[in-house]
Design a protein around this ligand. Structure first.
Ligand code: C2E
Ligand code: MG
Ligand code: MG
Ligand code: MG
Length: 289
């Protein structure tokens, strides 16, 4: 009987694995083509100033419109792109599109908005990034002060000395740097004094149970205090309820981002919503569809 159930289990797992492998193969086989076929799109999620409720900018979040699988989120294909090396051309496409948007915003009255872009660990290695950014900024006339680059602490800590020099080069150009998913990378806090930073992004994992879990509440309020004491700003991600926003506002968190305010959306929708908020309160105008 034990043998029988063992075999059944093996078959169960192997069927699951086949489904996962099948999806992976579907994604992997088209990934390189997808860039040429223009199947990628940058969605934008508004970032809100908690004190005033105003939209101060957005985070660019990559989507893949796969012909068979529909719209696929980055958690499913970024790891494959990292392994296959496509992340470098894909990351460059993201930067080109994002910096292009910043340039466009200057011409449509949205020249005050900041745009945050996620960097993968691979993009931070080597020495290509600063020249790439210089080229894209010069080509579009975008203001580097309105570009923010997000890097996770684990990516930054793969080679701390290299990252320190890279972040210094970015800051010398006026580009902002945010540490993404703060507190999830199992690294010590010592990098906070090693790196020149502008902002800390509190991970959704700490925000989720902020009202019910005293440990999460303590971690979030201590992180806000730590950031401010170091002269850094703080943004909380994954804010879904008014109570979470109230807690963050009461603890002087600077900015927030999450489904409470708006989900990631196509650039045209963001531009319409952000344009509309020029004559009204942010929240009301960002309740979409
Ligand atoms: P991230 O940078 O931490 O982005 C935040 C993620 O949380 C996004 O998931 C966003 O859609 C989601 N989110 C925002 N507000 C809420 C909320 O209130 N509730 C919940 N449940 N989720 C919320 P998404 O778009 O699936 O992106 C996942 C990750 O993929 C990102 O995490 C980032 O690490 C990576 N990523 C996205 N775009 C890019 C890119 O262009 N390049 C690179 N290298 N990585 C990217
Ligand atoms: Mg991010
Ligand atoms: Mg994050
Ligand atoms: Mg996160």
């Amino acid at each position: 009987a034990a043998k029988g159930s063992g075999r059944g289990q093996f078959q169960f797992f192997s069927r699951e694995m086949n489904a996962a492998t099948h999806e992976r193969l579907l994604l992997e086989s088209r990934l390189w083509q997808a860039l040429e076929q223009q199947e990628f799109e940058l969605y934008l999620q508004p970032q809100i100033d908690l004190a005033s409720g105003a939209v101060i900018g957005a985070e660019a979040l990559l989507r893949w419109h796969h012909p068979e699988l529909g719209t696929v989120g980055p958690d499913r294909f970024i790891p494959i792109a990292e392994e296959s090396g496509l992340i470098l051309p894909l990351g460059e496409w993201v930067l080109q599109r994002a910096i292009g948007l910043l340039g466009h915003w200057q011409t449509i009255g949205l020249g005050h908005l900041r745009l945050a872009v996620n960097l993968s660990a691979r993009q931070c290695q080597g020495h290509a990034l600063p020249a790439q950014l210089d080229r894209l900024l010069a080509a579009t006339g975008a203001d580097p002060e309105l570009l923010e680059l997000e890097i996770t602490e684990s990516a930054a800590m793969q080679d701390p000395e290299h990252s320190r020099a890279l972040l210094q080069q970015l800051r010398a150009r006026g580009i902002s740097v945010a540490i993404d998913d703060f507190g999830t990378g199992y690294s010590s806090l010592s990098y906070l004094k090693l790196f020149e930073l502008d902002r800390i992004k509190i991970d959704r994992g700490f925000v989720k149970d902020i009202e019910t879990d005293p440990n999460d509440a303590a971690i979030v309020s201590a992180t806000i205090g730590l950031a401010h004491a170091l002269g850094l700003e703080v943004i909380a991600e994954g804010v879904e309820t008014a109570a979470q926003a109230d807690f963050l506002r009461a603890h002087r968190c600077d900015e927030a981002q999450g489904y409470l305010f708006a989900r990631p959306m196509p650039a045209a929708d963001f531009e319409r919503a952000a344009g509309a908020t020029l004559d009204g309160p942010a929240r009301e105008c960002l309740v979409l569809s």
